[in-house]
Design a protein around this ligand. Structure first.
Ligand SMILES: [Zn+2]
Ligand SMILES: [Zn+2]
Length: 461
């Protein structure tokens, strides 16, 4: 039995105290699996006949729509196709709150589960709209560009901020390698780029559990950690479009989605490196500009910055941590925090600054609590590193993988000006009340100091 099938439709009471649940019932990966869509749909949803609504955009329908319709029709299922068009002035469909409403209007809550054909955007829209309509759904992937196929989280743009909204996992997921092979190579590279971040996401999640006593569960990270290392080992074959390597990448992306579902949050798959990417996107949206590069490209660059932060921290003698100096940078009141956010994020529109204020306020602790936290960090330094070191990847291996699969290896290759990346590194920790390596370095008074030359170290000219 494959690792994926061992998780399907499972509920486990875990020793971590949480109930881990995977509601995905079936995952088909391999060549021509789309021919099985109709039969798989009938098995999963016990629908012998009826009219199914199928959502796609023009591009995703072109590569997978006809085969999907043929398979459904062979099984006696009728289809109503809804093609999502980009908003005027935009090149691509975006996962915005308005588009979720539009998709939801096209779903009959008393009807049959809808099918999403696409990758990130169409998937996120159908995921949330189906959840609101109280229906399960199926997902047919068209690119290996992200790890959201099996996650129960939708990333939706609202008021200029990307929000992650908990909904439900797809009941049925089909990743047909003959279709995925036709996707632009950049999209596959972006999926690898996103997976390259998992060691630092995992390290950040571990770090948060040490410093802030937040929930952490090794059983939730287990499905994806081995799979990630296998993908890194096989980047040459992925770049060469070897079908078995693409299947391994597909499995890893599904397992990454499972790890988020098991954890009940995106924590195992999204740490400080994701915040850097989200901040870059948010700045672009605020100026009504398209994002600079694929999510996975930005995340992989952020991963290398995170790894350098971890490397520099590892060289510190904990006895030299100057707690008083670090505390002098800590805002002692909500008011002081508010003023700092207003000043640091002054270039962003007021509604976005308001959201950042709320997130930062939720994570704020008093100076006395901060002192205790810093003392704990100093006292537990060595055992903490014993946990972190085996998780972290070698930065050279990440850079090598980026180069082989075609991810940009420098900010310039990704079209990101260095001052923008530096600003995202410095400020993105304010965006989310979830402790990461960025918060850790900032609390120790090191982030602003290191940000001055870290880009030059990680990405030499
Ligand atoms: Zn657990
Ligand atoms: Zn990601």
């Amino acid at each position: 039995m494959s690792l994926i099938s061992s998780y399907l439709s499972t509920r486990t009471e875990c020793s971590c105290g949480a109930l881990h649940e995977i509601t995905t019932q079936q995952v088909d990966i391999g060549p021509e699996v789309i021919q099985n869509l109709g039969a798989a749909y009938q098995t999963c949803f016990s629908v012998p006949a009826g009219e199914i609504t199928l959502f796609a955009d023009r591009n995703t329908f072109e590569v997978a729509g006809p085969q999907a319709l043929e398979s459904l029709s062979t099984s006696g299922l009728d289809c109503r196709v809804v093609i999502l068009e980009p908003e005027s002035g935009h090149q691509d469909v975006e996962a915005t709150a308005d588009r979720v409403d539009e998709v939801e209007k096209n779903i009959d809550p008393s009807g049959f589960p809808p099918i999403a054909i696409g990758s990130g955007t169409v998937g996120d829209l159908v995921k949330l709209a189906a959840f609101r309509a109280g229906l399960p759904y199926a997902m047919v992937g068209t690119a290996l560009s992200m790890n959201g196929y099996a996650s129960g989280i939708a990333a939706i743009l609202e008021d200029g901020l990307k929000k992650t909204i908990s909904c439900q996992q797809a009941s049925l997921i089909l990743l047909d390698s003959s279709i995925l092979l036709t996707a632009p190579p950049d999209m596959t590279a972006a999926g690898v780029g996103d997976l390259l971040s998992k060691p630092v996401s995992h390290a950040d999640w571990t770090l948060a559990s040490w410093v802030r006593d937040t929930p952490y569960c090794p059983a939730s990270i287990h499905p994806v950690s081995d799979a990630t290392h296998q993908v890194i080992d096989r980047v040459d074959a992925i770049a060469a479009k070897d079908p078995s390597a693409l299947s391994a990448l597909s499995e890893s992306l599904v397992l990454s989605g499972f790890s988020m579902a098991l954890a009940g949050s995106s924590s195992p798959a999204s740490g400080g490196e994701h915040l850097i990417s989200h901040y870059l996107d948010m700045e672009q949206h605020a100026q009504n500009q398209p994002i600079r590069a694929f999510h996975g490209f930005q995340v992989a660059l952020g991963t290398r910055l995170s790894l350098e932060l971890y490397r520099r921290l590892r060289d510190i003698d904990p006895k030299t941590i100057d707690i008083e100096s670090a505390l002098s940078e800590h805002p002692p009141t909500y008011e002081a925090l508010r003023n700092r956010i207003e000043r640091d994020h002054a270039h962003l529109p007021p509604p976005i600054r308001e959201c950042i204020q709320e997130e930062s306020k939720a994570g704020w602790i008093s100076t006395e609590e901060k002192r205790e936290e810093l003392e704990k960090i100093r006292d537990l330094w060595d055992p903490m590193w014993e946990r972190l070191e085996p998780i972290l990847e070698d930065s050279h291996r990440i850079a090598h993988a980026q180069g082989v699969v075609g991810c940009p290896r420098t900010p310039e290759e990704a079209g990101i000006p260095r001052p923008d990346l530096r600003r995202a590194l410095l400020l993105s920790a304010d965006m989310r009340n979830r402790y990461t390596i960025l918060h850790f370095c900032r609390d120790l008074g090191l982030l602003s100091r290191w940000s001055e030359n870290i880009l030059e170290t990680v990405f030499p000219d």
